[in-house]
Every structure is written in C-alpha cells, then in structure tokens.
Design a protein around this ligand. Structure first.
Ligand code: KG4
Ligand code: ZN
Length: 346
C-alpha cells in the first residue's frame, strides 16, 4: 500500500495540537507532534472553561500546524490529507479545529478526514506498538474511562465504562480536596507514597456488580466525608492525614480498575484472539501503581501489555493523523460540510 503523509489537528479539550504522521494503516511514523496545553489558562477556575478553551484554540491552532509542518520539514503540498478531530468534545474547541481544517482543505484541495477523538486514542497502540486486531484497550483519562475491544480500524466493541466521572477527574477533585496542585493525578500519586493506604476505609463502587461498568463519583463523596472527619477538631489536615487520604483514594482506584480489567480480559479472551494484547492509554495510565497492577494482571494471563509513551497517550494530534491515515487509505473522506459533534459514541 502507498505511503501516506497526514496532517492531524486536535482541539477537543484543553490541548491544541497538530502533528504529521507518515506510513500506512498498519505501521506509521510520527514525523512531528506539537501540543500546546492550556492548563495555566484554566488554573484559577478549577476546571476547563469551554469559552476560554475555544478562544485559545482559535488563537494557537494555526501556529501548531505551522510548527508541526516545520518540524516535519514539509510544506502543505507534500501532505496527502488533513485529519481533524470532529468530536466528541467541547463543541467550541472542536469547531475551532474543524474550521481550520476545512479552510486548509478548501485552500489546498487536499482530502478532509473527520476523526473520532476516541478512535484516535483507541488506535494509538497500533501506531506505537504495532498491535494487531483484536486487542483490548482501557482508555482512562480525565474525560474518558472505557474498555474497548478494538477489532478493526472502524470496529470497536465497548465492554463497559464509567457511569459517571472519569478517574482522572476524581484524581483532580481529590487533589483539590487535599489542597494539592493541579493536575491532581501526579500530585496525589506523589502524596500517596508517604501514606498508609489501609487506615481510612473508602468504598469500591460497583465492584460487587457483574460486568465492566465503573463508578467514581461516590468515591469522591466518600473522600470528602473522610477528609472532613480527619479535620474535625484539629483545625486542618495534618500532613499524615493528607498522605493517608491520598493513599486510600489511589488504592481504591487501583482495585476498581484491576478487578474490572480482570473481567474485561475474561470477555476478550473468551473469543481466543490469536495474539492476545491489552493496552492502557490516557493520562491516568501514567500512574505507577495503576500501570503496575494492570501489567501484573496481563503477565498472569499471558497477555501482551502495552502502554503508549505518555506524549502519545494523553491528548495529541499524532493519534488523530494516524486514525485519519487509516480512513483515507480506506477511502473514507469527508466533505466540507463535515460537522463538529459534541457527542459521538464509538
Ligand atoms: O489524557 P489526559 O491528558 O486528558 C484527558 O483527560 O483527555 O488525562 C489527564 C488526566 C488528568 O485528570 C490527570 O490528573 C490524570 O490524567 N493523570 C493522572 C496521572 N497523571 C495524569 N492520574 C493519576 N496518576 C497520574 N500519575
Ligand atoms: Zn482524550
């Protein structure tokens, strides 16, 4: 199959990104990947503010594209297609990317390819580790939490996911409750190292129910109560109590993800894939104890474990370019009427 060079654009949450990927749908190389985060813009608000995000994307996306092309040493005429996240995500941000991509496609005559952001995440282990279909994937970040059996470029079997918050969101909320900085995940993980994970009991919501669905909002509420109980009569949170709460929270998330992954693996292995493989991606996959628990589980089951490097497993445009490459190779392009979609289940 011919080699294709694709420009990717991503702006569905709080990262503005552009990338250039070259290759085929089975194997490709990242020639450039530029990500401009907006964390500092949202820091004072305790979360991503959609209007601020949309404006920032509109301001920096074309610079990201220029920087990515320069890093790849290419000009637009040397590109074969323009892939852009068309959803799901914050609609203002998605629109910024889609408008830019349409403008570039209209100006150059290049094919336009609308990509599902989740498909981008789900196909990343093929880009980074050359995984073969079908593989099991746990996508776990600030916005997502789901198990997918990735059966083909455009074939995803969802085994379950969170029914409320994503774990990254719970890590971020926990950090706020404990007075730790954002993003909360790394801060809670660091704090948990000094804590006793067994002293403060926290629930494991939905663990007693069959299936792969998960829930994290009850855990957040329980943590708030436990924190208030720790503070009561002491005028504040002691260093030890903060560490114990962080450790207890992280342990609960590890146990939930471990047990639900065990069940998802059972369902996946039931169809006897030739080369069983499991991939975990998303910001929360950076967590050492979570990664370790899932890796151990795969080792027990004889399932290859893959975790894409962090830069490709948090939001980025290389995954969008790669997913777009597969679509272009399959002849699945979009017209200039491509719509930006806030919701777009796989
Ligand atoms: O994939 P990502 O960059 O963005 C999306 O949410 O799509 O993930 C960010 C999330 C944040 O909630 C952050 O707190 C969490 O991933 N995270 C972690 C760790 N590093 C980042 N959570 C737990 N442990 C970590 N070490
Ligand atoms: Zn994402």
């Amino acid at each position: 199959m011919a080699t294709l060079t694709i420009l990717g654009i991503e702006s569905s949450c709080d990262d503005s990104a552009a990338a250039v990927v070259r290759g085929g749908p089975d194997r490709a190389e990242v020639l450039a990947s530029v990500v401009r985060g907006q964390a500092d813009l949202h820091a004072d608000f305790g979360g991503v503010v959609p209007e601020i995000a949309a404006r920032a994307h509109a301001e920096v996306l074309d610079h990201c594209v220029e920087a990515a092309l320069e890093e790849a040493g290419l000009a637009l005429p040397q590109i074969d297609g323009i892939a852009v996240t068309a959803g799901p995500g914050l609609i203002g941000g998605v629109l910024s990317g889609v408008m830019l991509a349409k403008g570039l496609a209209a100006a150059t005559g290049l094919p336009l390819i609308g990509v599902n952001h989740l498909a981008g995440h789900a196909l990343t282990p093929r880009l980074t580790d050359g995984l073969e279909f079908p593989y099991l994937m746990l996508l776990v970040s600030g916005g997502h939490c789901q198990f997918l059996v990735v059966e083909g470029e455009d074939a995803f079997r969802r085994l379950g996911g969170t029914i409320d918050d994503a774990p990254g969101e719970a890590f971020d909320k926990t950090a706020r409750l404990l007075g730790l900085p954002q993003p909360g995940g790394p801060a809670v993980e660091a704090e948990a190292r000094h804590g006793d994970a067994g002293r403060i009991p926290l629930p494991r919501p939905l663990l007693d129910r069959p299936g792969c669905d998960m829930s994290f909002s009850g855990l957040k509420t329980a943590l708030l109560r436990a924190r208030d109980a720790e503070m009561a009569g002491r005028g504040g949170l002691t260093r030890a109590a903060r560490a114990d709460l962080a450790a207890a929270f992280q342990k609960a998330v590890v146990e939930i993800l471990h047990e639900k992954t065990r069940r998802a693996l059972e369902i996946y292995l039931d169809r006897a894939p030739a080369r069983p493989a499991f991939a975990v991606a998303g910001g929360v996959a950076a967590n050492g104890p979570i990664r370790g628990a899932l890796q151990g589980l795969c080792a027990e089951r004889g399932v290859a474990f893959s975790a894409p490097p962090l830069g490709l497993c948090t939001d980025n445009a290389a995954m969008i370019a790669f997913a777009g490459l597969g679509r272009l190779a399959a002849g699945a392009t979009d017209g200039l009427d491509l719509a930006a979609r806030p919701r777009w289940p796989l």
